[in-house]
Design a protein around this ligand. Structure first.
Ligand code: ARG
Length: 425
């Protein structure tokens, strides 16, 4: 087995720069890696209350491994802490108050696409539980020099299909039309009668970028039918949504090591489904239909019909999840929690990284306290990102680190500037 991997690794060395994953990964020089590893190990040692000498010993070990192999292995404790801090640092998440209670499944020994998929089903089951959703991350093997591991191409484990008919009519999720087409072309037997809520197979890519499709077993996906407490006609539209969002296409970066297969879940905030997934024109585009079912569409004379409809569909989503016993938070609650997180982070002496456009709920925005908060994205690592071409471009270890000398900060900046200007250098 080992021999197999060795020859494979050798063969892959020269294809390191090719393929979709290679284009998404941050390009880190050895110096960058050392830099990030050092900063992370220091942070970890500090959080553990470890001694200076234990840190020095670990750092010497890691530095040696990085210089020799371009890689080091996190201990299970470092991995768990790194994943939690990546969440804490992620500027686009409003729900970070409980970052420290993230459950980290260390699955670095699971390598084969089929085995990973089987394990993902376990993740989904554990996260769903009896409806009281647990926040979990599963971490599969990291990238090593010359070897790229299997990763998940699907943006979430559970997604609904989208079908574009010849006449331009769409059934299902518009955002999933391309993924549905690809799944179909790879042999996915879509339901004979395409429906608006057909669950797509999960798409994985192995180290050679070959695609593998897997169908989630019947019963693995908990779904919630949407009804409104006062408008029974809504239930007749047959709307539903899945209980657990498992984001599966982000790269977890910890101490200079990249984990491209590290799916994680939290639970839903009602606006994600009510104001966006069901309502966006590029998604289900259901506002007119829902307004009609509520009897809320009074024609062009009512300029605010969308506002009223959005509020009511959010009421319906909240009501339905509550009735089903599935965890969900409303945007006011989420905003309050975030303010608490903000206060706790300040008390801990940390600067908070936050992205206004992502954090402010799309509903009753200015009534939520987060709307009035000054925010800055510090692009701190550990973190999660999708691609070095977008959100990964500016991730850096020392931003916001008050202990760093001005000279070191200036040198960092020059180096980063050079890297940004010549991303392929
Ligand atoms: N916005 C995404 C969706 O509607 C889910 C992103 C993660 N959300 C969460 N609450 N953890 O499916």
């Amino acid at each position: 087995m080992l021999g197999f991997w060795r020859t494979h690794a050798a063969r892959r060395d020269h294809v390191q720069g090719a393929g979709p994953l290679a284009h998404r990964l941050r390009r880190l020089s050895l110096l960058d890696r050392l830099d990030e590893a050092h900063a992370f190990l220091k942070l970890f040692a500090h959080a553990q209350g470890g001694t200076r000498s234990s840190f020095q010993k670990r750092w010497a070990e890691v530095r040696r491994a990085l210089i020799k192999d371009g890689h080091y292995d996190h201990t299970p404790e470092e991995l768990a802490y790194g994943a939690k801090v990546a969440w804490r640092n992620h500027a686009r998440c409003i729900g970070r108050l409980y970052w420290d209670s993230l459950i980290v499944r260390d699955r670095r020994h699971v390598t084969d696409p089929a085995a990973i998929f089987g394990d993902l089903c376990d993740h989904l089951e554990q996260a769903t539980g009896d409806g009281r959703i647990r926040s979990i991350i599963s971490v599969y093997p990291p990238v090593r020099p010359g070897v790229r591991p299997t990763y998940i191409e699907s943006p979430q484990l559970v997604r609904y299909a989208g079908y574009l008919a010849k006449d331009g009519h769409v059934i299902g999720d518009r955002k999933a039309i391309e993924a549905t087409r690809i799944a179909h072309s790879l042999g996915w037997a879509q339901p004979e009668q395409p429906g608006p809520f057909d669950i797509l197979p999960v798409m994985l890519r192995d180290g050679d970028e070959r695609r593998h499709l897997f169908e989630l077993p019947a019963g693995a996906v908990r779904e919630v039918p949407i009804s409104h407490p006062d408008h029974p006609a809504l239930a007749e539209l047959g709307l539903r949504w899945y209980a657990v969002p498992v984001v599966s296409d982000m790269i977890l970066t910890i101490g200079g090591i990249e984990y491209p297969c590290a799916p994680f879940n939290g639970f839903y905030m009602c606006t994600e489904i009510g104001s966006r997934n069901l309502a966006d024109r590029g998604r289900y585009n259901l506002l007119p239909e829902i307004a009609r079912s509520f009897g809320l569409y009074a024609g062009p004379s009512d300029a605010l019909w969308q506002d009223t409809t959005l509020t009511e569909i959010n009421r319906a989503v909240l009501h339905s999840f509550k009735a089903a016993g599935v965890s969900m938070i409303d945007h006011h609650g989420a905003s309050d929690q975030f303010m608490q997180f903000h206060a706790r982070e300040s008390a801990a002496g940390r600067r908070l990284s936050a992205d206004w456009a992502w954090l402010v709920p799309p509903q009753a925005s200015s009534a939520c306290e987060v709307f009035h908060l000054d925010m800055e994205d510090l692009h701190t690592v550990p973190n999660f990102y999708r691609s070095r071409a977008s959100d990964g471009a500016r991730l850096m270890p020392h931003n916001g680190n008050k202990d760093r000398s001005r000279l070191s900060k200036a040198i960092d900046d020059v180096r980063r500037w050079a890297r940004l200007r010549h991303p392929h250098a």
